[in-house]
Design a protein around this ligand. Structure first.
Ligand code: SAH
Ligand code: SF4
Ligand code: F3S
Length: 467
């Protein structure tokens, strides 16, 4: 592959950014045009949006949560399920009225949906007021693309080829001040047969450990209390790096940084979850005793068809090892119901495994065919209605498990991070093992660690008091 100088490329983008300051100033006749960035999908997109916001701020824009007052609107989209895409189509449709009211409004769409040819085409045809369409591989070129869109007045579509590079040093606007995301890798090489992510996010590549560590240190110094290390499969971190580093090693180094903070990570693919990883979690009091370990399905036959590379036995082996090593461990998971060819018996095996593990919570999805994935071509005889019935059954089973898990916490004291205040004034605080406890308290406690005693558990909601 041709050598790409990512630093020179970003310097070029800085020049576009500088030019845009004047151009946007004139176009919108104000010193700080307003930009609205809406994010759909997972934390990868949240992290990408933080970069887009960072670049917009460098261009002199002020960020706004209110689309109606914006001069520039960017939607960062998700393609993981049809429902996610439908929401985007609906919301983009609603922007038509805003564009009519304010012809200078610039609307851009980016993210995973745009990396699919048929979607990009549909957007281009159906929404003529969308001025800029760009994919996940070209985010670093946002200033240049915006410059071209504004100066030529033409509609611009830029869906890149994955150049396999990591562009370090893109400006960033972090959304939070005490909870933050830290990408350690990009892309995915796993090609689970139902999943669009590898097709829209490109090949897996890891950031240098030193860069990750420096970024973590900077976050902690500026007051962050919780850092979540991000990747589609963090357990395969390090592939292709000159300086060989495994994920457990990286995790350990981050946990050894001085300061009062805690660490989470997502997502851990069960096929690569090692005992070494569990040991690192068990030995550190900064790494949260929570593992998100997507199961997807409990039937070996279906797991094979999903190309997941583990079976029930391997899954339970790592779960049992983790339970034996990590006190008060909380396990959460993703489950897909109704994968093509799945029978009610397969589904019962999923329920079985869920009961055996005792997850604290689950993200549950009905299978959604994605164009271009192998599963979309598999025979799928079960109706959506029937899958919906299985889905309800799954929710009921999980509700019971979660209620039981929460009841076990009653009376105990936990170190919690106070996250937000609800409308009724109650504070939401999160335990290490990722369970929310509602407590009475003043908003100045938001962003601090406190101790909370659980006094009441109602299904999966916990009430408590600060002690
Ligand atoms: N990299 C992560 C997951 C990314 S997508 C991992 O491997 O766990 C998040 C979740 O969406 C997946 O875990 C899966 O449960 C769900 N998902 C992905 N594609 C899907 C599809 N086509 N239909 C239904 N659910 C899907
Ligand atoms: Fe999708 Fe599988 Fe990659 Fe996760 S590991 S992003 S489910 S292909
Ligand atoms: Fe969606 Fe893209 Fe994430 S498809 S789930 S936003 S990687």
């Amino acid at each position: 592959m041709e050598e790409i100088n990512t630093k020179a490329e970003l310097e070029k983008q800085t020049e576009y950014t500088d030019m845009l300051k004047d151009i946007l100033f004139m176009r919108y006749n104000c010193s700080q045009p307003k930009a609205h960035v809406r994010t759909y999908g997972c934390q990868q997109n949240v992290a990408d949006s933080e970069k887009i916001k960072g670049m917009l701020e460098e261009m002199g824009c002020a960020l706004t949560e209110n689309a109606e007052e914006a001069d520039i609107i960017i939607f960062n989209t998700c393609a993981v399920r049809e429902h996610a895409e439908d929401r985007v189509f609906g919301n983009v449709g609603e922007l038509k009225a805003l564009k009519r009211k304010k012809p200078s409004l610039l609307i851009g769409l980016c993210g995973c949906m745009m990396e699919q040819q048929h979607i990009a085409e549909r957007i281009y045809k159906s929404f003529p007021y969308v001025g800029l369409v760009f994919g996940t591989h070209v985010i670093h070129k946002f200033p240049e693309m915006l410059y071209n869109a504004v100066t030529t007045g033409k509609r611009l579509v830029e869906r890149g080829v994955d150049d396999g590079q990591i562009y370090e040093g893109i400006p960033m606007h972090r959304d939070g001040s005490f909870k933050g995301w830290l990408s350690i890798m990009y892309g995915c090489d796993n090609f689970c047969t139902y999943c669009i992510v590898p097709h829209v996010r490109g090949r897996e590549r890891s950031r240098q450990p030193k860069i990750v560590l420096d970024e973590a240190k900077a976050m902690i110094q500026s007051g962050f209390k919780e850092i979540t290390l991000l990747g589609q499969n963090v357990n395969s971190y390090g592939k292709g790096l000159e300086e060989k580093t495994s994920f457990p090693e990286l995790l350990k180094s981050v946990s050894e940084i001085d300061g009062d903070f805690r660490i989470r990570f997502m997502t851990s693919h069960p096929k690569d979850a090692s005992k070494e990883l569990i040991d690192v979690i068990a030995e550190s009091n900064k790494i949260c005793n929570h593992i998100h370990l997507p199961l997807q399905c409990g039937s070996d036959r279906i797991l094979k068809r999903m190309n997941r590379h583990y079976d029930r036995e391997k899954y339970m082996e790592i779960v049992n090892y983790a339970k034996s090593k990590i006190p008060d461990l909380s396990l959460t998971s993703d489950v897909i119901v109704g994968f093509p060819g799945e029978t009610y018996e397969d589904f019962q095996q999923t329920l079985d495994l869920i009961r055996e593990v005792g997850f604290t919570s689950l993200f549950t999805f009905i299978y959604s065919p994605r164009v271009g994935t192998p599963a979309a071509k598999m025979e799928d005889p079960i109706s959506y209605e029937e899958k919906s019935e299985w889905f309800s059954e799954l929710l009921k089973v999980q509700e019971e498990i979660a209620a039981k898990r929460c009841a076990e916490m009653n009376g105990k004291i936990y170190k919690v991070l106070v996250e937000e205040q609800k409308k009724d004034g109650i504070l939401c605080a999160r335990t290490q093992n990722n369970i929310v406890v509602e407590v009475a308290g003043t908003p100045d406690l938001i962003g601090t660690f406190q101790n909370a005693q659980v006094t009441e558990s109602r299904n999966w909601i916990l009430r408590g008091k600060l002690v």
